[in-house]
Design a protein around this ligand. Structure first.
Ligand SMILES: Nc1ncnc2c1ncn2[C@@H]1O[C@H](COP(=O)(O)OP(=O)(O)OP(=O)(O)O)[C@@H](O)[C@H]1O
Ligand SMILES: Nc1nc2c(c(=O)[nH]1)N=C(CO)CN2
Ligand SMILES: [Mg+2]
Length: 206
């Protein structure tokens, strides 16, 4: 998605949650100083023309493991669940609030970390990004800058879907998405409603 097409959604998100654009932009610049890695070509190669399953972290993921096929693209804490179920994701979409030591092991084994920098995760970026030994791609929800990408999307899960679509996946199926999950807190509920809206743009009716 071109940034000009994404920007109206982004402006609405900023307004809805009271996030500051300048904080997101500072986070993106800061993340870029934490690593020299920019594995965008590896990420393209992993997705272009591929059958991809994006795994969200809803409780239903455990019942939907059998839906997983092709390239495994995990959204944040779903990666840890999959790894413990003996499935190492090929790619993880994370803003690092679901990051565990298992992510370091997965990274060492070649899992591509698509790390999202935003105004509220600067200390997480500082703690985790230098520790990733494998491929890393940095993303922003604001205007992209050199070595920092914006494929569209907001939460770790819907961003993964936008990333897969943008980088040419031939088919993107979902597992572990329950956007009506009543066990989540109000902030998370709001985020999942945005995720639903954004996935709707891509034709997913969740
Ligand atoms: N019921 C659900 N509960 C949690 N996550 C869900 C659910 N349904 C779908 N997802 C997707 O799984 C992703 C990863 O979930 P996780 O629990 O790790 O949340 P998170 O890291 O707090 O998400 P975010 O950082 O995007 O707010 C979410 O970003 C969301 O897109
Ligand atoms: N500033 C800011 N941006 C975000 C946040 C967040 O908590 N703060 N959470 C996200 C994933 O849910 C994505 N983007
Ligand atoms: Mg997260």
């Amino acid at each position: 998605m071109k940034f000009e097409d994404w920007e109206p959604h982004y402006l609405r998100i900023l307004d809805y949650f009271g996030f500051e654009r300048a904080d997101d932009e500072r986070a993106a610049e800061f993340a870029r100083t934490l690593t020299s890695k920019d594995d965008i070509e590896k990420l393209k190669l992993a997705l272009d023309g591929k059958n991809v399953t994006v795994c969200g972290n809803a409780p239903c993921l455990k019942d939907e493991i059998s839906r997983i096929e092709g390239v495994v693209f995990a959204a944040d804490a779903a990666a840890d669940y999959l790894y413990k179920s003996k499935i190492r994701p090929d790619i993880i979409s994370t803003d690092l609030d679901g990051c565990e030591d298992s992510f370091l092991e997965m990274s060492r084994s070649g899992t591509i970390m698509v790390v999202h920098a935003h105004g509220d995760n600067i200390s997480l970026l500082k703690n985790w990004v230098p520790l990733f030994k494998g491929p890393v791609v940095i993303t922003t929800q604001s205007r992209p800058v050199k070595g920092v990408y914006n494929f569209g999307g907001f939460t770790d899960g819907d961003r993964a879907v936008f990333t897969a679509v943008e980088l040419g996946a031939s088919k993107v199926r979902l597992a572990g998405f329950d956007l009506d999950d009543s066990s989540v807190n109000p902030m998370k509920h709001g985020k999942l409603m945005i995720a639903r809206e954004l996935l709707g743009i891509l034709g997913y009716d969740l």
